[in-house]
Each structure stands twice: as C-alpha cells, then as structure tokens.
Write a protein that binds this ligand. Sequence first.
Ligand code: ATP
Ligand code: MN
Length: 506
Amino acid sequence: MLQIQDIAKQEGQTVTLNGWVESKRTGGKVAFVTLRDGSGFVECIFSLESVGEETLENAKRLTQESSVQITGKVVLNEKQEFGTEIHATGLKIYQIAAEYPISRKEHGVDFLMNNRHLWLRSRRQWAVLRIRNRVKFAIHQFFQENGFVQTDAPLLTGNACEGTTTLFETEYYEKDVAYLSQSGQLYAEAIAMALGKVYTFGPTFRAERSSTPRHLSEFWMIEPEMAFYDLEMDMELIEAFVKYIVNAVYADCKTELAILERDTILFENINKPFPRITYSDAVKIIQGKMTWNGRNAIDTLRTQLAKVEADLQAKNAEIAETENLLEKGGISKGQVNYFQNKIDRLKVEARKLEDKSKEIPEWIEASLSFPDGEDFGSPQEKALTSLFDTPVMVYKWPRAIKAFYMKRYKDDPEFVKGVDLLAPEGFGEIVGGSERETDLQILVDAINHHNLPMEAFEWYLDLRRFGSVPHAGFGLGFERVVMWLTGVSHIRETIPFPRYYGRLFP
Ligand code: ATP
Ligand code: MN
C-alpha cells in the first residue's frame, strides 16, 4: 500500500491512497480535500471535469476525519506545502465521520486531553509522535553501534531504589507488596558486571504529587551502565549520545520540526562542546555572584524580561489594530474570518508572553536567594541555562542531596561524582548520572544513613564483594528529550496517552 510520504517518486502516475480527510474547501465545480494517512499530507483536487457530477458531490459531502480511498494522478507543485498534489479521478468512502469535536479553533487543554484519542490526529501531535519515534530509534542506533547490549530491569520490585516518597505500590499476590520501578539502575549495575556495557529502555513510575509541565507519573527512561567507566568517561558518553540523537532528529524530521515551528537554533549549536561546571560554581552563577564568559545569569534573565515585555506590548498593539479593522466593517465574510482567526491566534501568543512576564521575576527572585547545598528547581535551572546555547553539565554535587550509590570524592568526601545535564532554553534536567560507589563500607554506611532496609540491598552489595570495578551510568528521561526537541510547552504532549497527577483517562 502506497503511503503519502512516498508519492513524490510516483510523479505522473495514477495512485491510490487510503486516509482521512483533514480538511476540505469547495468551490462550484471543484473540491479540495487535504488527505492525511499517518505518513503525510496531500491536497487532492476533485474537478467536475475529471470526476463527473456524482463523485464531485460525494467529495463535497466529506466531513472532517471521514475515511476515504482516493485515486488520482500525482502532480508536483511547488506551491503546495509538501510539494505534491493529487488530481483525483476516483473516490471511495469508507465512512462519513460524525461532526468532529476538534476543529481549527483554540480548544482548552482539558478538552483536548479528554479527547486525547482524537487529538492525536492533529498535525502537531502527529509531528511530536514522529519525532518521538526518531529519538527512540536513534537511541538504539547509538548504543548498538557502540558495543552496548540492550537489557531489561524488572518493573515490579520488592524495594525502593532511592527512597519511598514517590513510589507507586501494588499488591503482589496474597502477602506481599510490590513497587512499580522508579529506576532500573541497580539491576543494570548487576547486568553490567555480566555483560560490560548495557542499557535498559523501559517505563518508569513516579508518584510526583504536584503538577509541573515536566513530570509524568509514567515515563520512559534510558539507563546505560558501563563497567570500567569513571565520571569523566560517563560525561563523554552523555555528550556524544545527546549530540547523536539531536543530529538524527535534525537530519530526518525537517517536516515535523516545521509543523511545530521549532526554532532550529538548538540544532545548529548542538555540535559545540557542552560546558562543564561544578555544582558550587553553578550556585554562584545562579546567585549572580559569578560570571561565565563575562555574562551574568541574573542580568541575562532581566534582559529576557525586557524583551518579553516589549514583545507583549507589540502583540497587544497588533490585536487592537486588527480589532479596529473588524469594527470598521465593509469587508468580506472571508476577511472577517481571517481577522477573527488572527485575533484568536494573537491572543494565545499574548497570553503566553504575559505568563512569561510574570514568571521571569519569580525566577530571578528564587535564584538570587538560592541557598547553597540545595537541589536546583526550575527557576535555578532557567537562570543557569540562560547563559548557554548548548546543554550544560553540572557535576560534583553535595552528597546530602544525591542518591546513596554515588561515589564520593576521596579528597572532598562531602561531594559525589554525580552529573546532571540541563537542556538549553529552560527545558530543564534531561540526564542524571554518576560514577557509582565501589567501597563496600562506604555503601553500607550510606544505606544506613538514608534509612534504607539493609537486607533488601544485600544482593546489590554482592556486586562490591565479587569483582568490584569502577563503573558509571546515567538515566536519560525520554519524554524530557522529546519535549525539548519538539519545543512543546508541556510534557503531556510527548507521549500518546500521558499519565500525570490528576489524569488517568483516556
Ligand atoms: P527532576 O529533578 O527533574 O524531578 P530527578 O532528579 O528526579 O529529576 P532522576 O532521578 O535523575 O531525575 O531521573 C533521571 C531522568 O529522568 C531525569 O534527568 C529526567 O530527565 C527524567 N525524569 C525524572 N523524573 C521524571 C518525571 N516525573 N517525568 C518525566 N521524566 C522524568
Ligand atoms: Mn524528580
């Protein structure tokens, strides 16, 4: 079966396509039907001349999302969005769709989420899911090309990996409780001792009891684990890996990125080295007390704020101007529609700018007053990453805020060999990794210190008893990466059926 994505190669041929009606315009002797089949979009032109009265009438009856089979000739036409059109000769109707709830006008997010099963068909959602697919494939390509073995950690576990606050609990037969996995890392460490370089790629469950635009309750994580790697090698790998994914998406997803109107500056900068900053320096930068390449993070946020405020003013002026044109009247019905749509669109943009103009001062405030020793929240990540146009690595973290298994610095034991990768443009943390502690006694102390049940970790401690070696790994949040590369403002759009605080349906 021919897919729309392949029709350009069939120029001049008559082809048959199956799909759904994305939209339709009609004139007296003609109907223009935009067909989508999951692989792409193409305008199909039904003219009275070519199809006759009956088929033209049928084409005119088509409603949004009706399912059809269209036969016609492939014609190249530069003026078309995707370079081709179909001069239809035949039409078979599978079903005339009932009135479709999702139209071109703005819908509220709740409405769209309740209709997620239909919303998936919209162009933007289509583009996001296609990019998700490309990222997933790139992940496997990268690791398979670099000597890694893909493996799997259990999803039902008998104990928590890093603490219990965000665990989902379930019954395990009559007597036992099981937890849904929050990370496969400890298991990956065991498997790495058997297979050397491994990665898992599976679902992860965290009860994040607040709604943020970056946290799902069920998300996918890639967790490589490498025997004989130290923190330095881990950071090298993270950088090469992220560059590989981003380059793959840029090379193969031009159409999708265009539909999403994704600013491509990120892709153009990705091959530059990622800066590496210690946590302690990052804190000073966030507080505005240290500059990086002569730039101050707080000043940078203030400049951003000024720009947002100016943009907002310009938007509001444009809205007022367009409203004036409407009020004056004396314009055609088509123009009224056009102006009304334009106003709706501008208002959405203005609202976003307005939200931003309120957020940035909060980020500045929370950064200036940030206490050394705490974990970064979103405001601090925004402040720090405002200085960079590539992802940035923050390493050497205070032991107190990181997981028990991270290796301590010998000469600075209050710090551990952990690293976080923060995406540019404020998309936040996408990778958390570390070199793992190898010293049995230090691990035992850490498990006690974190009040974790020792008996549950005996198997893990065996890895330090039998051929313990330096090793390291990281976890990359799959949806965080998709969010960053697609530029969507909420992580719920990066997975077909998202699960997050307050949502379990559809
Ligand atoms: P954050 O501080 O952003 O909540 P974390 O420190 O809890 O993240 P890790 O435990 O290091 O994250 O998990 C590894 C990666 O998994 C993170 O870098 C992030 O990309 C992703 N991640 C973590 N929690 C979530 C979540 N609730 N939804 C989606 N992705 C997540
Ligand atoms: Mn978290």
